[in-house]
Every structure is written in structure tokens, then in C-alpha cells.
Design a protein around this ligand. Structure first.
Ligand SMILES: O=C(O)CCC(=O)C(=O)O
Ligand SMILES: [Fe+2]
Length: 345
């Protein structure tokens, strides 16, 4: 199995403390920006350690989500998304999403999830059966907003933008989801991959997946995964071939990957690397949990390249490039796509 060190691990103890606009002038922050930019541009994934977000913050969301996912399905279904393209907040039952095509029979999504989205993160639309879930999500949102602002400033510095805070100015939702002037698209998604029984496991091919190949749509995705494993990223090896490599759990770390919006803004320097979750047969009887914090531009943002195109760069995704429409319109189209055949609303 490939070692974790194929992805850069960034020690954040050098950038301790709260976000301030002055950070960009500090030498240690510039070093952080360089390490982060180099790591992210080489593979689209980096790990953060010593990031200052307490592990209790994550564990509580994992624990509270687990309580929700363990409820009977007739209770969970009450919280199902009603019209995902209009409001993505809510529960997604197993196999309702269709991220890629069906050519790979093993690509059914063996997972259920709950998305806490935009202003709804602060609202009351949470399952009444898990009364502490809301507070755990709010704490997570608060801690991650502060950390992701530093990451975004660092990327602005790395790209040598005239205004290093440019990206931040299009993610005002990080400073407050209730700002009436913005449509926030931040999405906190709690994923629970189903435990399978012997019969189901035996019926699956060796290359079965728990989550199909996809690239994330937003700017940045911060990911926490439990220790079950299976996450893989598609990278280009030294011979120029595309290969799938493991992105293993590293206790206490936060994983970061770039999405389509950052790929476009950065002229291809930060690739929205495709990833998937492989079903590890020896661990298939266990539930696997992950928690994704999708940071996306405020809804009215139009995302165009900020720097010259990287040499030889071409847009190579199945999704069209952003830019002709606002971020809200872009996301609504993507959402319609994943629910096209299975979701009845
Ligand atoms: O569960 C994981 O490790 C990955 C989840 C993911 O890629 C996603 O929700 O977009
Ligand atoms: Fe993803």
C-alpha cells in the first residue's frame, strides 16, 4: 500500500492563532503558503496536522451523526431533501445520488448522508431525535471557518494575486452565513457508508466502490475520515500515466483537496483531482464515516481565471467549466445532474 507521504503533510503550528489581514506579511505565514501551494499543485491533496481545531469538535459531529444514521429509515426519511436544486440541506438516503455514469456496475453509492447547507446551518431544521447534532455542527462550522480563511489567504499569496484577499472576498459566507447580501453555499456533509453483510460482500467484484469517482465542485474541500479507509485519488505518475493511489486516514489530520472553482481561478495550478472510495472487503462489514466541509464561492460570484493558464493546461472534466453563469446557477445545474434519474421530487 502506498505510504501516506505521497501527499504533502503540512504542519500548521507555524500559523497558530486567529485570522488577521496582517498574516500575509509574516515570514512564517509565507512559508506556510509556499508549502501549501506546492503540495496542492503537485497532487490536488494535502494533509494538515497541528491545525488547532480540537479533535472533540470533529468527534462530536461524528458521534451525533452516527446517532442519526442509526435511526429507523422511516424516521430519517422525514428529513430528506425536498427539492435539492433549490435547497440542498437535508438527508440523502442510500443510492439516491448518481455522481458518475453507470458503466461500472460496482459504482453504486453504498452510502447515506446529511448535508447542512448555507443559512440552514444556523437554522432550526435539524432532526429532533438528535438534539445535540445542531450544536456540534455549529461548533465545527465556527472552528473550520477560521482555519479555512487562513488557507484561502495563503492560496491568494501563492498565486501572487494583486489582492491576496481576493478569494476571501468571494467567500464572505466564512464571516457569517446570515449576511443578507450573499447566498452562501457552504455545505457540511456527514457521510455514512453502509455496513454490508456476507452475502452482499460475496456478490461484489474486487474493485467495488463505496463512492464513485468524482471531482468536488466548490473551491476547497476539507475532509475528515474515520480509520476504515478506502479513499483514493487519481494522480499522474512519473511516466505520465493516471493511477489511483490510497489517501489513507492519518489520525488527527484534516485533508484538503481543491475543487472545480479553484482549478478555474488558478488557471489549472490547483487541479480538482478526481477521487473515490474503494470498498475494502475486510472492512466492508463496518460502517465508514467521513465529514466533508465544502467551501464554495458566494452565490453571485462569476469564476474566471485570475492568473495565466498553466502551460499545457486543458479543462478535462466531465462537468463544463464555470464562468458563464453565477456560482449559484452552476451548482444548481450540477445538482440536477446527480439527481436526474433516481431522485423523485
Ligand atoms: O468519504 C470520503 O472519504 C470522501 C467523500 C467525498 O469525496 C465527498 O463527499 O465529496
Ligand atoms: Fe469528494
Amino acid at each position: 500500500m502506498p505510504s501516506p507521504s505521497q501527499f504533502v503533510i503540512i504542519d500548521c503550528s507555524q500559523i497558530d492563532g486567529q485570522y488577521t489581514t496582517d498574516l500575509g506579511n509574516q515570514e512564517n505565514f509565507q512559508k506556510f503558503a509556499q508549502d501549501l501551494g506546492d503540495g496542492l499543485s503537485s497532487s490536488g491533496f494535502v494533509y494538515f496536522i497541528n491545525h488547532g481545531v480540537s479533535s472533540t469538535t470533529f468527534e462530536e459531529v461524528f458521534q451525533q451523526s452516527k446517532q442519526f444514521f442509526e435511526l429507523d429509515s422511516d424516521i430519517k426519511i422525514k428529513y430528506k431533501k425536498v427539492d435539492p436544486a433549490k435547497n440542498f440541506h437535508g438527508y440523502t438516503p442510500p443510492t439516491s445520488e448518481e455522481i458518475a455514469n453507470e458503466s461500472n456496475k460496482a459504482s453504486r453509492d453504498f452510502k447515506e448522508s446529511f448535508s447542512f447547507v448555507g443559512r440552514e446551518i444556523c437554522g432550526a431544521n435539524y432532526p429532533s431525535e438528535t438534539p445535540h447534532l445542531r450544536q456540534s455542527v455549529l461548533n465545527f462550522h465556527h472552528a473550520m471557518s477560521s482555519f479555512s480563511k487562513k488557507v484561502m489567504l495563503a492560496l491568494g499569496l501563492y498565486l501572487k494575486l494583486d489582492d491576496p484577499e481576493f478569494l476571501l472576498k468571494h467567500h464572505k459566507s466564512l464571516d457569517g452565513l446570515l449576511n443578507p447580501d450573499i447566498h452562501p453555499w457552504i455545505d457540511i456533509r456527514s457521510n455514512s457508508y453502509l455496513a454490508l453483510d456476507d452475502e452482499e460482500i460475496a456478490s461484489l467484484p474486487d474493485d467495488a466502490l463505496r463512492l464513485t469517482e468524482h471531482s468536488d465542485w466548490g473551491t476547497l474541500t476539507f475532509l475528515l475520515q474515520d480509520n476504515v479507509g478506502g479513499l483514493e485519488a487519481k494522480i499522474t505518475d512519473k511516466c505520465g500515466d493516471n493511477i489511483w493511489v490510497s489517501v489513507p486516514p492519518i489520525a488527527g489530520s484534516i485533508l484538503l483537496n481543491s475543487g472545480l472553482m479553484l482549478e478555474m481561478w488558478s488557471g489549472g495550478r490547483f487541479h480538482a483531482t478526481a477521487h473515490r472510495v474503494r470498498l475494502i472487503k475486510e472492512r466492508a462489514k463496518e460502517v465508514r464515516q467521513s465529514l466533508a466541509w465544502f467551501v464554495a464561492p458566494d452565490g453571485d460570484t462569476r469564476v474566471n481565471m485570475l492568473v495565466d493558464k498553466k502551460q499545457g493546461y486543458v479543462w478535462s472534466h466531465t462537468y463544463p467549466p464555470p464562468g458563464n453563469e453565477s456560482a449559484s446557477e452552476y451548482f444548481q445545474e450540477r445538482i440536477k445532474g446527480i439527481y436526474a434519474t433516481r431522485y423523485k421530487y
